[in-house]
Design a protein around this ligand. Structure first.
Ligand SMILES: Cc1ncc(C[n+]2csc(CCOP(=O)(O)OP(=O)(O)O)c2C)c(N)n1
Length: 684
């Protein structure tokens, strides 16, 4: 494609001026990188990216994922040229209530496909979207194909997650993924040569990528590279573009101030360059820096018309496909609507007294058979976290093969979680991923973004307590439940709890927890599951599954007791211990009501009447948790909580239960000591 180089440079200059002006106006932000990347952004948006100007949610639109969210002025300015933002939006950059926050947040209507800020995650979400696209094309045909573009900077290249993601993308042969590396040689504190000797091209070639190296300021070179990338049918493409930080910046005496670290993260006027002269040098009018050059306005108006034509053609093809394939079309529509799949959860059976991870496996096997738009992944622990139950039914992805529905992520917990976010962002699919709970530490940054973007990803965390046993303290989560429950406390932009965290107590409650997870389309869900077997909880009605449905209220009574002396509260496998404790203390004349609280957040959402009927405030409460005692504090504000306040140890779990005081006998002893004292100090 021959493009008008002068016009493209003029358009990129326009983006540079707008980006610099936004930062100048906001008195904070990152102009330098945005000015350097503008040439690519312009060529992509004015000539290549296919989106529907009138239907931002169109499934087959090309996706653009910006990894360095700090370059948001470049994105906002470009999207302004496409008509997605107003000049007032640009003027309100970084201000309260604006649609142009410092780092772009998920806003598909305005063309922002993800929330990027933590460097590295943005381009990995693109890998997830590319996988989702292949999954959909495999099932519904080429009419739904599109490209996923990612933009990465030095920061993203340096983050370890880029290795995890590039390995996976190269291995799967994701030729639908095209990434531009804005290689300007400058980062925040230093130039890149102060921290790295790497040959990035060689690195990506080793991961089976198609690597192109170009002058990233040359619009024709950018267009040629994009064309080559579009023609590549085997591998993902990395276009390494040598760009110039703060391109166009000049000082007060008119000398070049390009390539300076100081332009990375502050207004141009504070960096050592002269803002007005820079605007003028870029062909703008310092008195009217928000102006759009008429030729640039025409370029984007023409592209918009062109896109309308392209999209009309694509949509006509899709319509013909839908007419020829009514069943598939109805299924796809259902997937895109995010409908909760119909699954007969009551029919899922469990052997007695199994681990909750094994119960989860039974549910996953059922989901694999009845949910056609679900992708499950594991970070090389499928047979331990029991996601292999899903794998066995559906099969794994492999190079250019997306017939299955399981992603072997390799030992890459963070990339796995971010890829799941990307799959969810793409739309139409449900993503779940599993590993040991202790390794949730490796995933937190992704869980946080999942929560912020309100993505309904399911995180399956097994081996939930020190009862992992012999593997020792490195593998034994202690503080992890308290940490993840902080996300239950944290509200999302919609005012809801940002993550639903469920730690079910037995097999039946695990089925219900999965049911809740699948029904929860508003936030991510975390499922925290045991490694060891757990006794099934008693059910007065004889129907434990029906009783476990009460988990929907976050917490509920396992054994209703008239006028109890103490309420025993736990979640996960500690509930079964408390059931044993209740019968031990009953022998000593103490009446104990046992409560399971799989989700503290949901329980706290209930009205006071319900909460007080479950954990009456005037009755001594005693909590038991394999985590930090503070885990249960929100639901036992004044009672005693027995938990672990130190790291675990390496030994069989029964020994650890003994040594750490978690046997029913020891807990019963503690409860018997606690109740008379608590009653004495009881508030009237
Ligand atoms: C995970 C993470 N660590 C640190 C930061 C803070 N940060 C923002 S930009 C930046 C420097 C990145 O340099 P580069 O990617 O080259 O961007 P450029 O200087 O070209 O704008 C850093 C460290 C971040 N946003 N995310």
């Amino acid at each position: 494609m021959n493009i008008d180089k002068n016009l493209c440079t003029r358009a990129a200059d326009n983006i540079r001026i707008l980006a610099a002006t936004m930062v100048e106006n906001a008195k904070s932000g990152h102009p330098g990188g945005a000015m350097g990347g503008a040439d690519f952004a312009n060529v992509l948006y004015s000539h290549f990216l296919v989106t529907d100007p009138d239907d931002p949610q169109w499934l087959a639109r090309d996706r653009f994922f910006l990894d360095p969210g700090h370059m948001s002025p470049m994105l906002y300015a470009t999207l302004f040229l496409t008509g997605k933002y107003t000049i007032d939006d640009l003027k309100a950059f970084r201000s309260w209530g604006s649609v142009t926050p410092g780092h772009p947040e998920l806003d598909v209507a305005r063309g922002v496909e993800n929330t990027s800020g933590p460097l590295g995650q943005g381009h990995v979400m693109a890998v997830g979207a590319a996988i989702a696209e292949r999954f959909i094309v495999e099932r519904f045909g080429d009419v739904w194909a599109h490209k996923t573009y990612a933009f990465i900077s030095d920061g993203g290249i340096q983050e370890g997650i880029s290795q995890e993601a590039a390995r996976i993308a190269g291995h799967l042969g994701l030729s639908n993924l095209i990434m531009f590396y804005d290689s300007n040689g400058v980062q925040l504190s230093t130039n890149c040569d102060a921290v790295s000797e790497e040959d990035t091209a060689m690195k990506y070639r080793a991961w089976n990528w198609n690597v192109l190296e170009i002058d990233g300021t040359d619009p024709q070179a950018i267009a040629d590279a994009l064309e080559q990338a579009l023609a590549e049918a085997d591998r993902p493409t990395l276009i390494i573009g040598r760009t110039i930080m703060g391109r166009g910046c000049v000082t007060a005496d008119g000398t070049s101030f390009e390539g300076q670290c100081s332009t990375h993260g502050q207004p141009i006027s504070k960096s050592g360059a002269d803002y007005n002269l820079t605007v003028a040098h870029l062909g703008g009018n310092p008195a009217n820096p928000w102006d759009v050059f008429p030729a640039v306005e025409r370029l984007y108006a023409e592209r918009k018309e062109q896109l309308r034509g392209i999209v009309a053609g694509r949509k006509a093809e899709q319509k013909r496909w839908a007419e020829a394939n009514p069943e598939l079309a109805a299924r796809l529509k259902d997937y895109l609507a995010g409908s909760v799949p119909e699954v007969d959860y009551a029919a899922i059976t469990h052997k007695p007294g199994i681990a909750t991870r094994a119960a989860s496996a039974n549910v996953l096997a059922a989901l694999a058979k009845s949910v056609g738009n679900m992708i499950v992944s594991s970070a090389d622990l499928a047979n331990s976290d029991k996601t292999d139950a899903f794998l066995k039914v559906t099969g794994a992805f492999s190079r250019h093969n997306f017939k299955g529905a399981f992603l072997h992520a390799g030992v890459s917990e963070l990339a796995m979680a971010v890829i799941c976010n990307g799959i969810a962002l793409h739309g139409g699919l449900t993503a779940a991923c599993g590993t040991f709970f202790v390794f949730s530490d490796y995933m937190k940054p992704a869980v946080r973004l999942s929560a912020l973007m309100q993505l309904p990803v399911k995180f399956i965390w097994t081996h939930d307590a020190f009862r992992v046993g012999e593997d020792g303290p490195t593998h034994e989560p202690v503080e992890h439940e308290a940490q993840i429950r902080l996300m239950e406390e944290l509200r999302n932009h919609a005012g809801g709890r940002s993550v639903l965290v469920l730690r079910p107590a037995d097999a039946a409650e695990t089925t219900v927890a999965w049911q809740m997870a699948m029904e929860n389309t508003a936030t991510p869900t975390a499922l925290i599951l045991s490694r060891q077997n757990v006794a099934d909880l008693p059910a007065a009605s004889g129907d434990r599954f029906a009783e476990a449905q009460q988990a929907r209220r976050g917490g509920y009574i396992i054994n209703k007791v008239e006028d109890p002396d103490v309420v025993l509260v736990a979640n996960g496998s500690e509930v079964a211990t408390l059931v044993e404790v209740a019968s031990l203390v009953a022998a000593q004349g103490v009446k104990a009501q046992v409560v399971s609280v799989p989700s503290l957040g949901l329980f706290l959402n209930q009205d006071a009447e319900y909460r007080h009927s479950v954990i009456p405030p005037h009755i001594p409460a005693y909590g038991l948790t394999a985590g930090l005692p503070s885990t249960l504090r929100p639901v036992i504000p004044e009672g005693e909580i027995y938990g672990l306040v130190h790291f675990g140890a390496s030994a069989p779990y029964q020994v650890l239960d003994e040594k750490f005081g978690f046997t029913a006998e020891n807990v019963a002893k503690n409860v018997l000591k606690y109740v008379p004292n608590a009653k004495k100090t009881e508030k009237k």
